[in-house]
Design a protein around this ligand. Structure first.
Ligand code: IPT
Length: 436
């Protein structure tokens, strides 16, 4: 068996990132005006004119609905740039928006500073506009753009490397290692997303559903470039993986990543968004929820309404930890580093000072020393016997369980299988909002 010190552990940046829990994606480009999801690079910059664009309004909504970071699509696959890059004219500079004097990346960044949330950007490697695409000159072009974004926009919390590319697209050998070196050099505190990290990985689908079993560890082989990983493997991870690369669950509040008026009646409901919280954050992942601005340059009304409702439901559900009456403070102090060690087949009983009724359970491992639990039983004392509440697999940073309404003053946790003693950091018992 592995000793604790042999387990992969999160870096300081990865740990900070995991604790953000809910983060937001902002997909915006010429597609918002053409109705497409993937542009082809022939779009005229003249069509990009969000007359009421207001970064502060949008970031305020994100802040008030609990998002701790916003990631803007600085450039999507069509190649149109939302900042006035020096390396191509295919940008806001050539658009009527603010007479070509605007910098949308800057405005989003500044609003994030004002509302005190972190800021990141997406820079699509696949670029159907730039003439150098397909040659090594494109790698130089891409690195120049990366340098601009990593230098002129303050502290960057996350850089997003999308592995998406049409099968019929021109072949291009991306110098991912070179890209990543630049990020490390210019923004040492940023995490990088791609299928294979290096810091955070794709969850394997765009439905908002992390695997119920979710390892923050995987193995990456030399041939595993972004876009060349098995989604099924990414979705569950690998208990024996040698690398700590936790998942980010990217999903849109609408059917598409970009705003399309015809999808105005298909916005995810507050309840659906709450479900996504359980299937991402509640499964040891981070939620990256996309809210796309409309043609005016604002979030659509229904999206905003549903976001506030979603947040108020979550706040109501997780308002009071009923396990707080437990005499054992370390499990309810909110700190990962204070924990109880659980050994295989040694039941651990939490005695509450009074009977409580709950239907949600939250468990957290002290992941600062790695992820360990593989199988555990969660039981409660029903007055005469221990009764099964949940037969669970991984915990990781956070595991949320929806269980039947249960009244008890005793909870029992028995680890059945683990890589080394489980460091149980937190236990939460909650009564769900009736609006869930
Ligand atoms: C998919 C990419 O193939 C993958 O590499 C990752 O970037 C992912 O997007 C992010 O959501 S493409 C998508 C059409 C499934």
């Amino acid at each position: 068996p592995l000793r604790a010190q042999d387990l992969p552990v999160p870096s300081k940046n990865q740990l900070k990132w995991q604790k953000l829990e809910t983060t937001a994606f902002i997909h915006f480009t010429v597609n918002t005006y053409t109705g497409k999801e993937w542009g082809d690079g022939t779009e005229r910059p003249e069509i990009f004119n969000p007359v009421n664009f207001d970064a502060r309004k949008m970031i305020k909504v994100l802040k008030e609905t609990g998002f701790k970071m916003a990631i803007i699509t600085a450039k999507h696959h069509d190649g149109f740039c939302l900042w006035p890059t020096a390396y191509t004219a295919h940008s806001v500079k050539s658009s009527p928006w603010k007479n070509g004097e605007g910098d949308m990346v800057k405005e989003i960044e500044q609003a994030c500073r004002e509302y005190d949330i972190q800021f990141g950007f997406y820079l699509s490697p696949w670029d159907q506009n730039h003439p150098s695409y397909g040659t090594s000159a494109y790698n130089t072009f891409y690195k120049n753009q990366l340098r601009e974004l990593l230098t002129n926009y303050g502290e960057i919390a996350e850089v997003w490397f999308d592995g998406a590319k049409d099968k019929k697209a021109i072949d291009m050998e991306y110098d991912f290692n070179g890209y990543w070196d630049i990020v490390r050099e210019l923004q040492p505190n940023a995490v990088m997303f791609s299928d294979v990290g290096p810091d955070v990985r794709w969850v394997g689908n765009e439905k908002g559903i992390a695997g119920e079993t979710m390892w923050s560890t995987i193995d990456v082989k030399p041939e595993n470039a972004p876009g060349k990983m098995s989604p099924a493997y990414l979705n569950v991870g690998d208990p024996n993986g040698k690398l700590w690369i936790p998942t980010e669950t990217d999903v849109s509040i609408r059917p598409g990543w970009f705003y399309h008026e015809k999808e105005d009646d298909k916005v995810r409901s507050a309840q659906n968004l709450v479900d996504l919280y359980y299937t991402s954050v509640g499964r040891n992942s981070v939620l990256l929820l996309n809210i796309p601005p409309n043609k005016e340059g604002l979030f659509a009304e229904q999206d905003v309404k549903n976001l506030y409702e979603y947040r108020s439901i979550l706040d109501e559900t997780f308002d009071r930890n009923l396990a707080k009456t437990d005499h054992n403070g370390s499990l309810t102090d909110g700190a990962l580093e204070s924990y109880i060690s659980l050994h295989t087949n040694k039941p651990f009983v939490v005695t509450l000072s009074e009977k409580v009724s709950f239907d949600r359970v939250s468990l957290q491992e002290n992941i600062t020393e790695g992820q360990k639990n593989e199988e555990a039983l969660l039981e409660y004392w029903d007055g005469t016997a221990w009764t099964l509440l949940s037969d669970l697999t991984t915990i990781g940073y956070k595991r949320l369980l929806r269980v039947p309404l249960t009244t008890t003053d005793k909870i029992r946790i028995t680890v059945k299988k683990s890589k080394s003693p489980v460091q149980l950091a937190e236990l939460g018992l909650y009564k769900a909002s009736a609006r869930e």
